[in-house]
Design a protein around this ligand. Structure first.
Ligand code: NAP
Length: 258
């Protein structure tokens, strides 16, 4: 039966120590997957630990800096040593950097690209060889990658990630491996906890649902894209943003004429 259940499947989630990644890891365990949650910390972060008592799957933690090619090789060797095929990869790890157009340095770009773009590329290169037909890769983009968002390094990195996703969907499709992207809007996580109040207010004014999102709301879409329910979906991009990216700037007009 086709379902959202992931029993017998092994899924790797990056940046899973907190925020959206931790929520994704928890939900995937609940759906029955063996989840290899990875992050920068040496030991399993507290936010993840509560998934260990989950009802269905199994949670394992590994330290991984996604920008480090040798770390990915070690992870791939470790997975192989257990004889585990990889059925899913969530390239969730990401960093932001808020320099604006005339201030951003090449070093800013390189730092953000190293995680947000190279990290996803290394993940795909390292784990696609361990995947078979039916496997699914989910890249975590951003509304910044769908719009002219103000932080230049972050925005351009997420646009680059879209290109990588589409290219990977094309290249891996013949092997039965799907690649899709989710684009979160303003989601309540440690990353956005430090955002200025003006940023929050301005984003809400652009968001038809009129509220910020929760981590579980992104995790649910990730689960769908990893599951057989989305078996004919590849190269797709799904905004999870309360409609923020959907109106092309027309919301202020609509609001003004109410
Ligand atoms: P978060 O709360 O900052 O969590 C990100 C996690 O990734 C942290 O645990 C962080 O570890 C880890 N990380 C950072 N650099 C890493 C690296 N080089 N290798 C491995 N892990 C690394 O972020 P989030 O809000 O959950 O965001 C998750 C994803 O969604 C990111 O790709 C982000 O760009 C995207 N996104 C978020 C929002 C939002 O509103 N929250 C909106 C659009 C897109 P440390 O804490 O130790 O640095």
């Amino acid at each position: 039966m086709v379902s959202l259940q992931l029993e017998g499947r092994t899924v790797v989630v990056t940046g899973a120590g907190q925020g959206q990644g931790a929520a994704e890891a928890r939900l995937l365990v609940e759906a029955g997957a063996r989840v290899i949650a990875t992050d920068l910390a040496a030991d399993m972060p507290a936010e993840l630990a509560r998934a260990e008592s989950g009802p269905a799957g199994q949670l394992l933690y590994r330290q991984l800096d996604v920008s480090d090619a040798s770390g990915w090789s070690e992870l791939a060797s470790w997975l192989q040593s257990h004889g585990w095929r990889v059925d899913g990869l969530v390239n969730n790890a990401g960093i932001t950097q808020r320099s604006r157009l005339l201030d951003a340095s090449v070093a800013d770009l390189q730092k953000v690209y190293g995680v947000n773009v190279a990290g996803a590329l290394l993940g795909i290169q390292s784990l696609a060889p361990l995947m078979g037909s039916g496997a699914s890769i989910v890249n975590v983009g951003s509304v910044a990658g769908l719009t002219a968002h103000y932080p230049v390094a972050y925005t351009t990195s997420k646009w680059a990630l879209r290109g990588l996703s589409q290219l990977a969907a094309l290249e891996l499709g013949p092997r039965g491996i799907r690649v899709n992207t989710v684009h979160p809007g303003f989601i309540e996580t440690p990353m956005t906890a430090g955002a200025k109040p003006e940023f929050r207010q301005a984003t809400l004014a652009e968001t038809p649902l009129g509220r910020t999102g929760g981590v579980e709301e992104v995790a649910g879409v990730v689960l769908f894209l990893l599951s057989p329910l989305s078996s004919y979906v590849t190269g797709a991009e799904i905004p999870v943003d309360g409609g923020q990216s959907s109106h092309g700037g027309a919301k202020s007009v609509s609001d003004a004429l109410r």
